[in-house]
Design a protein around this ligand. Structure first.
Ligand code: ASP
Length: 437
């Protein structure tokens, strides 16, 4: 495997995983075997990635912020980042709505298929609806209140509290900028060193990536429902995949090319391992350490920008999720025989943008927040039962878009602030291997 580029190694792992998973489904008890003996390796791999996420954000953000010369640079970076994140999410919703209005997948679903799906996945849908309702019963400013932790150790004890950790790291970094050089120098040197160690750990974990994704894909195939459902929901799934595909292979690389001059090929060479990992893990949070490493060390974005833009993006910027929520909302409404008016589509633009911001960076978060989008246009949220069966593969695809969008915004912000050195090494994988034992 040593001589094969990392993205090919991961792809190979995925293909072997699919084949292995499929073979096991052919034998009685095969699925149980996969669950007992293969799935745990995938879980261990994801855990290892998650393990490093909070320390990485904390250390690299403190280091990154303290490297900025002054606080006005930080506010310029913050404004640009948030502006671009909102703009890209709204763009994604528009792409989704355009496609769903052309394909109209909800009119293609048969009455009996609809009833069958509602009956089979009704209880799972109910659980999600109850969870979403609970999340809704909070005051309008609660989202802001939640950003400020009352205890940093408590906040750092859960990957779900990323924004709180980011908040603490920002404050700490600002404090470091403001104290005298002789006091800040040893603290900076400490974080510098720890940061290098953590980046090395990311490299080490990535050595296991091909095997980790093999286990994840084998489990996915062994546990997936029958292919009939994929055919029944083909037009809907096709519309989502088309939209996600347009963003990934057309919109982002073109924007990157236009504004930063980085070629299509270099962009994908730099970012593809993170994209493949996003696909295999369905979690932008788990992928975050790799996204940061690729954007910094392979696309040449300076650490101060990467360490702010990528973690914030993993938490609030989900273009793939917002596109999917727009298409799914129209699909479900159509499947129930209701047309979606122009006014309702505009409501979707707003609610899908907010719902994607509120979605956690973990598998299945998008479908939970879809409940809010559906309610905003008066569609019964239990309708998520219709798309439950194929949500996981679509989740895998939308997570690729979420990660690619974060990377694109990191490149744009870096370029606008003169913090983009560009692809540092031409031969990416040689560089990768040199750094790893
Ligand atoms: N799995 C997605 C992510 O981690 C969120 C979603 O469910 O759409 O980015």
């Amino acid at each position: 495997m040593k001589n094969i580029a990392l993205h090919w190694q991961i792809l190979l792992g995925m293909v072997i995983g699919i084949v292995v998973g499929y073979i096991f489904t052919l034998f009685p008890g095969g699925t149980d075997f996969v669950r007992d003996w293969i799935k745990p390796w995938g879980t261990m791999f994801i855990n290892a990635l998650k393990l490093i996420a909070i320390p990485l954000i904390l250390v690299s953000l403190i280091k990154g912020i303290s490297d900025l010369n002054n606080i006005s640079q930080l506010s310029a970076m913050g404004t640009r980042t948030l502006g671009l994140y909102i703009a890209s999410t709204v763009l994604a919703v528009f792409v989704g709505l355009s496609i769903v209005n052309i394909v109209n997948p909800g009119y293609l679903i048969q009455e009996d298929t609809r009833e069958e799906l509602m009956a089979s996945f009704g209880s799972e849908a109910d659980t999600k609806v109850t969870m979403a309702e609970a999340a809704k019963e909070v005051g309008p400013l609660q989202a802001l209140v939640d950003i400020i932790p009352e205890n940093i150790f408590f906040a750092a004890s859960s990957n779900g509290n990323m924004l709180q950790v980011i908040f603490f790291a920002l404050l700490f970094g600002i404090g470091l900028i403001l104290v005298a050089d002789e006091q800040s120098a040893p603290v900076k040197a400490f974080f510098d060193g720890v940061n290098e160690v953590i980046m090395k750990i990311v490299d080490l974990i990535m050595l296991a990536a091909p095997y980790g994704v093999l286990a994840l894909m084998a489990t996915l195939v062994a546990e997936s429902p029958s292919l009939d459902i994929f055919y029944a929901l083909g037009a809907y799934a096709g519309a989502v995949i088309l939209g996600l595909g347009i963003l990934t292979v057309l919109v982002y690389p073109t924007i990157v090319r236009f504004f930063t001059g980085i070629s299509y090929k270099d962009f994908f060479k730099g970012i593809s391992p993170a994209q493949l990992l996003a696909f295999s893990t369905s979690s932008s949070a788990a992928t975050l350490p790799v996204t940061m490493e690729r954007v910094e060390e392979h696309l040449g974005v300076e650490k101060d920008v990467v360490s702010f833009v990528c973690p914030v993006g993993a938490t609030i910027n989900m273009d793939g999720t917002s596109l999917y929520q727009a298409i799914a909302a129209v699909f479900i409404s159509q499947a129930f025989g209701d047309d979606v008016t122009l006014g309702e589509q505009l409501t979707i633009v707003l609610t899908a943008t907010l719902a994607s911001i509120g979605s956690a960076a973990v598998p299945g978060a998008g479908i939970l927040m879809l409940v809010i989008v559906l309610e905003s246009i008066g569609v019964n949220p239990a309708g998520i039962a219709l798309i439950f069966a194929i949500d996981r593969p679509l989740d895998m695809c939308r997570t690729i878009v979420n990660v690619t969008s974060d990377s694109t915004v990191a490149l744009l912000v870096a370029k606008s602030m003169g913090r983009l050195t560009g692809p540092k090494v031409k031969n990416w994988d040689d560089n990768y291997r040199k750094k790893t034992p």
